[in-house]
Design a protein around this ligand. Structure first.
Ligand code: ARG
Length: 588
């Protein structure tokens, strides 16, 4: 379906043309003075220069063309030359009827869907997720769902940190503690046990202990480095142990991401491209892109137009070791070979912006991607505490994501139990669902690049611009629909009629904006667009709800029309929260 404002603009453009002016001037937007009119067109102002005519004159001529219009109920030329517009209820009704029967409410699908690969989450093996992992997971999941809904083919990859020194550290520490384990016997040729010799809690204790020790004890550090090399060189026992570290850790990470309703299509990691690195390095050398600089292999990526210094991209250290970006570049190579995406999106902390600029330039320059492949970095800001510094636990430590989720759940549970008549078990499960909404909405309603402050009281409130408020609104709609059904009413075949009140028209107008909003959210990779739309929609709905007596309406046609509007509102809202990555309960 054509976007609503496009359909309206089309009528305005015809009027401009019929009045003897350029059609392109007839662009209609939502009014920025809703107290004066619903929509507006500023084309006459722009036309004044073009036609050497007072804008008021142009506006008046256009307005005359629109007398008796099927679309506009009011077209008013006002000084100095604006066109103030109201749209007919019938036109809005017809548009919404169309939306109700079309797939995805008539959202236009791209002519050529893109294959998009999103790299988000950024979890590391053997380390628990902490609050810093919240934003890339939440934003990435939403961007994935938005792009998918908008018609693209999207693959989400967690890109695990599963290779390199941290792995060597864990193995070294295990060897220190339990040298008798079969994994450490070099002459051993048999099968290794299926069961890992540690639990996730042990693993989580081992890594920080090893990391601490390596900072204090240079000999220990040297051993860990050697272990890392041997692991990477393929020592059997180390590889087997590493597999188990991976297994235990990934199972736990999945549980954590599940709690957040975040799911990845791919659980690939840095280790997956280890064998591609030599080939890639060779290509970069053969192509004449990489050169030695103080022993290290680098690719220059600065450009003449740079206003700030962009340092070269280091491919190999002077000792031949690979770096973080070596892996990222090899991963680009692998992604191009395996999936051939049209676009790659990376979602990490915005402090990695320069880093990704280097990686992208290097990938382009060395031909790892095609000239038309789009590379996008979406940097997010930090979630801060009330002191304005990155969020910490009460005692100043790094907070585990798990604990943060638990705290929100507990608070939600308390609030849900407070004044509602739900049993403990039901309240628990609803609290889980609402907590995810509280956390995710609080995050997504901010522009990704901005920092925000963690505020439990505000995030979990049922009032204001919050996840729980939106869910509450949806639940309210569902309960009216359920009541109607319980009274024997059918929700099939309801027909929407023209609005009969200001508040109803307001709600209907908000719904017409769905397609344009979703398209923009995808194009701009901007979940906050969906949030803004949802919040406005929820407000419009509640305003309408308070003024209407839906189930008490005596006129059947009218009542069915109101119910049809409720159905559409519910469906649009649930679609929106779905792409944000959460869902609504039946009750709360
Ligand atoms: N694991 C990394 C970290 O903890 C984040 C990975 C981000 N993605 C990437 N392709 N580099 O910092």
């Amino acid at each position: 379906m054509k976007k609503f404002l496009e359909s309206v603009s089309q009528k305005m453009q015809e009027a401009f043309e019929a009045a003897g002016f350029e059609a392109g001037l007839g662009k209609v937007t939502v009014s920025n003075r809703p107290d004066l009119c619903e929509y507006q067109c500023n084309g006459a102002m722009a036309g004044a220069k073009l036609y050497h005519m007072p804008p008021m004159e142009i506006a008046a001529r256009v307005a005359r063309q629109l007398e008796g219009s099927q679309v506009f109920s009011r077209v008013e030329a006002v000084a100095p030359g604006f066109l103030n517009l109201d749209v007919k209820g019938e036109f809005i009704r017809d548009y919404l009827r169309g939306m109700s029967v079309e797939e995805k409410f008539g959202l236009e699908m791209p002519e050529k869907p893109l294959k998009i690969l999103i790299d988000y989450g950024g979890a590391n093996v053997a380390k628990p997720l902490h609050v810093g992992h919240l934003r890339p997971a939440v934003i990435g999941e939403s961007v994935k769902r938005i792009c998918r809904y908008a018609g693209h083919q999207v693959i989400g990859d967690v890109h695990l940190g599963d290779w390199g020194m941290p792995m060597g550290l864990v193995i070294t520490e295990l060897q220190e503690r339990r040298p008798e384990l079969v994994y450490f016997q070099e002459e051993y040729e048999g099968e290794y046990p299926k069961e890992a010799p540690f639990t996730i809690s042990e693993l989580e204790e081992i890594y920080p202990a090893a990391s601490r020790r390596s900072k204090e004890d240079p000999q220990y550090k040297a051993r860990a480095l050697e272990t890392t090399h041997q692991l990477q060189a393929g020592r059997r026992g180390y590889r087997a142990l590493w597999q188990q570290i991976l297994q235990v850790s990934v199972a736990d990470l999945k549980r954590n991401y599940d709690d957040l309703e975040v799911e990845f299509d791919l659980w690939k990691g840095e280790s997956d491209v280890r064998d591609l690195i030599p080939k890639m390095v060779q290509q970069m050398k053969d192509g004449g892109y990489a050169h030695l600089s103080e022993g290290a292999l680098v690719v220059d990526v600065k450009e003449e137009t740079d206003t700030k210094e962009i340092p070269p991209c280091m491919i190999l250290k002077s000792d031949g070791a690979a770096l973080y970006n070596t892996t990222d570049l090899a991963t680009i190579m692998e992604r191009m070979e395996l999936y051939h995406p049209d676009k790659l999106i990376y979602i990490t902390d915005k402090r990695q912006e320069l880093y990704f600029e280097q990686v992208f330039r290097c990938a382009r320059k060395t031909g790892l991607v095609e000239p038309q492949t789009q590379l996008q970095f979406l940097g997010h800001g930090t979630m801060n505490g009330k002191d304005g510094k990155p969020f910490k636990t009460r005692d100043g430590g790094v907070m585990r994501l798990e604990n943060l989720i638990r705290e929100i759940r507990e608070e939600m549970y308390r609030k849900i139990r407070e004044n509602r008549s739900l049993g403990e078990k039901q309240a628990q499960s609803i609290a889980r669902q609402v907590a995810v909404a509280a956390l995710k909405y609080a995050d997504l309603s901010n522009q990704a690049g901005k920092d925000y402050i963690f505020d439990m009281e505000r995030f979990t409130s049922f009032e204001g611009d919050t996840g729980p408020y939106l869910l509450y609104t949806i639940v309210r709609i569902k309960s009216i629909l359920n009541k109607y059904a319980a009274q024997g009413g059918s929700l099939q075949g309801l027909t929407l009629e023209s609005p009969e009140s200001e508040a109803q028209k307001e709600l209907m107008m908000k719904l017409t904006g769905f397609g344009a909003m979703m398209e923009a959210a995808c194009q701009e990779t901007a979940p906050h667009r969906v949030c803004g739309f949802l919040y406005d929609l929820a407000n419009a709905f509640n305003h309408f709800y308070h003024a209407a007596n839906i189930l008490g309406e005596e006129n059947r046609r009218r009542k069915e029309s109101l119910l049809a509007l409720l159905l559409l509102t519910r469906d649009v809202m649930e679609t929106c929260i779905g792409v944000l990555g959460f869902s609504a309960p039946e009750k709360m």
